[in-house]
Design a protein around this ligand. Structure first.
Ligand code: ARG
Length: 595
């Protein structure tokens, strides 16, 4: 299916053409077109242009108007006039709006274009740590990463997902040594039914293992040294050690999948490629960096220095690739991963959905990889995100000062959502079973958590406020899901009446506003995908739901004056539902048929 050009794009083109025809010296000037309340679109570009050309903006605007072909092709522009200090107010023809929407509805992608030049993007997101609980920081990386993956894939980009889990390091020496000495520690009777319960049980066992081994480590010097000796055994691939390491990683994966299941995101096992996967490449990384002089030995450690990275006392803060005891940290694995992603996976773009507090680390890692010639300039980019705060405005903690378990948060969100759903069901038609309430509550509660995360611009810290998140009013997913459910309910009542567009009908103001916004869906998705900004989609959908409610209040659908009008309005309803559905799906949010 061919791309459907939005009316905004078409009008922009017409005005640009008229501008070049009227003022050849201003051929490349941007007319600065935007949606407006006064007309459909307003172009403000004449003001800046007049300043540059030392002319009168109203006169310039008038010239542009004259240069527009009187009978424009497809009759898109119905009226154009100069207003105020030299704005152009442009009204498009009702018929053109509806015809554009018809073309969108005929395309299953609603006219969203594929990229002209798709490449390969490797995206590093959702990277929890083995043997540890997932917390709100992991929520953000998972939810944002999942949305970016969907947006990019929708544009035709080849996306390789990488979950760089923390599955390596000295901690494992302690856990494995304890398991060797207490072989039954992770044993359990039978597997719990369901991903969530199985995951919770696995995490409970890991917590127990962690606590007991920690206690021994802190109290018994001999155990401590046996635990330390276990680390090189792991790194060199000793079979017994490796087998137990696998056991711990597998328990963790069972736990992660339980959380992912609850969170309703698909994380595939082959994409979980943790720090350990690069273990065999680390020596080569060190060798190459040292030989090329990109890294130097400093007090025994292998370091990379930067002009502009200094500590508070003015001494340079290096990126440490290898510690003086020979151990590797986070930097080495990230460097090895870059070589793999560019060299083997043939990525054009590398994305990292990681907390903003790690920005310095990534800046240094990217710069190092560039100096070493492993990474083309500009190919890697962190998509940093802000911190999740509690109601007190401080990083989210439990009352005891511990990090909040992600599963507990999700459970609570679903509980709150259940209350909302139950109340709605009580006022609706017919009995709703408890099972059905729980099913909807999950879609509403999880959607609310994801939406709150995505609707804030990524860099902003935000307050985790469940009451607000599950509210039916305001910028929430529940409000959008409710708009969707309302459309579906109209169709249940519509009987024989079907959505049929009638482009020849005149549109009421609320219909025009809705229709013009529907037409902007594709442009919004392109911008959101190309700029990695899912919150552009949430903002668009919120506006859509608001315009839909206004339409719904002002324009009777099933009781319209004529059958044609009803059909035309049903067409607008149907397209609204489809846009809500597709838009929310890209964000990982479900659209239940009823609320
Ligand atoms: N595992 C780390 C954490 O929980 C995040 C890893 C980020 N990704 C990376 N490639 N370094 O904080």
């Amino acid at each position: 299916m061919a791309t459907v050009h939005s009316l905004a794009a078409t009008v922009h083109q017409r005005v640009s053409d008229a501008l070049s025809a009227a003022l050849p010296e201003a051929a490349s000037a941007d007319p600065l077109l935007r949606r407006s309340d006064r007309a459909d679109f307003q172009a403000n570009g004449m003001l800046a242009l007049a300043k540059k050309l030392k002319g009168n903006p109203r006169e310039l605007a008038a010239k542009v108007t004259e240069a527009l072909p009187a009978q424009d092709e497809n009759a898109v522009i119905a009226n154009i006039e100069v207003s105020g200090p030299g704005f152009l107010n442009i009204t498009v023809a009702d018929e053109a709006i509806m015809k554009n929407l018809v073309a969108r509805r005929q395309d299953e992608r609603l006219g969203v274009p594929y990229k002209d030049d798709p490449g390969t993007t490797v995206i590093d997101y959702s990277q929890p740590n083995v043997a540890k609980e997932m917390h709100v920081g992991h929520l953000r990386s998972t939810v944002i990463g999942d949305a970016v993956v969907h947006l990019l894939e929708h544009r035709g980009e080849k996306v390789v997902r990488r979950h760089h889990i923390g599955d390596w390091g000295t901690n494992f020496g302690m856990l494995i040594q304890y398991l060797i000495e207490h072989p039954h520690e992770l044993d359990h009777e039978s597997d719990a039914a369901g991903a969530k319960d199985a995951g919770e049980a696995a995490m409970a066992r890991l917590n127990r293992l962690y606590k007991s081994s920690r206690a021994l480590f802190d109290s018994d010097e001999d155990f401590k040294s046996r635990a330390r000796d276990r680390v090189p055994a792991l790194q060199s691939g000793d079979p017994e050690t490796l087998a137990l390491w696998h056991k711990i990683v597998d328990e963790s994966k069972t736990y992660f999948q339980g959380v992912y299941d609850e969170l309703d995101v698909e994380i595939r096992d082959p994409d979980i490629v943790g720090e350990s996967a690069y273990n065999d490449d680390l020596q080569q990384v060190v060798k190459d960096l040292e030989e090329s002089g990109v890294a130097v030995r400093s007090e025994g450690a292998l370091c990379v220095f930067f002009e502009d990275v200094k500590g508070p006392d003015g001494t340079p803060t290096p990126l440490i690739v290898q510690k003086s005891n020979g151990g590797f940290g986070y930097a080495a694995t990230d460097l090895a991963a870059i070589r793999n992603r560019i060299g083997e996976l043939k990525a054009d773009t590398l994305l990292y959905v990681v907390d903003a507090r790690q920005s310095l680390h990534f800046r240094m890692v990217f710069e190092t990889a560039q100096r070493a010639g492993w990474l083309p300039e500009g190919a890697a980019r962190q998509l940093p995100f802000g911190t999740v705060l509690g109601k007190d405005g401080k990083p989210f903690k439990t009352r005891e000062g511990e990090t909040v378990r992600l599963v507990d948060l999700l459970d609570e969100a679903v509980d709150r959502a259940a209350a909302v759903v139950r109340e709605k069901a009580a006022t609706g038609d017919g009995e709703v079973t408890e099972e059905e309430i729980q099913r909807r509550a999950k879609q509403v509660g999880i959607g609310a958590v994801k939406y709150a995360d995505l609707s804030n611009s990524m860099m902003r810290d935000y307050v985790f406020d469940l009451d607000r998140m599950v509210s039916l009013q305001g910028d929430t997913s529940v409000y959008l899901q409710y708009a969707y459910a309302r459309v579906r309910s109209i169709f249940r009542k519509a009987g024989e009446l079907k959505p049929v567009p009638h482009p020849e009908l005149e549109l009421a103001p609320a219909e025009r506003a809705l229709a013009l916004h529907l037409d902007a869906f594709a442009d919004t998705l392109v911008a959101a995908a190309d700029e990695y900004e899912p919150h552009k989609v949430t903002a668009y959908l919120y506006e859509l739901a608001t315009l839909y409610s206004r339409f719904f209040e002002n324009c009777p659908v099933l009781k319209a004056d004529t059958k044609e009008q009803t059909e035309n309005r049903l067409f607008l309803c149907d397209l609204t539902a489809e846009v809500l559905h597709q838009g929310l799906a890209l964000l990982g949010i479900r659209t239940p048929e009823r609320l």
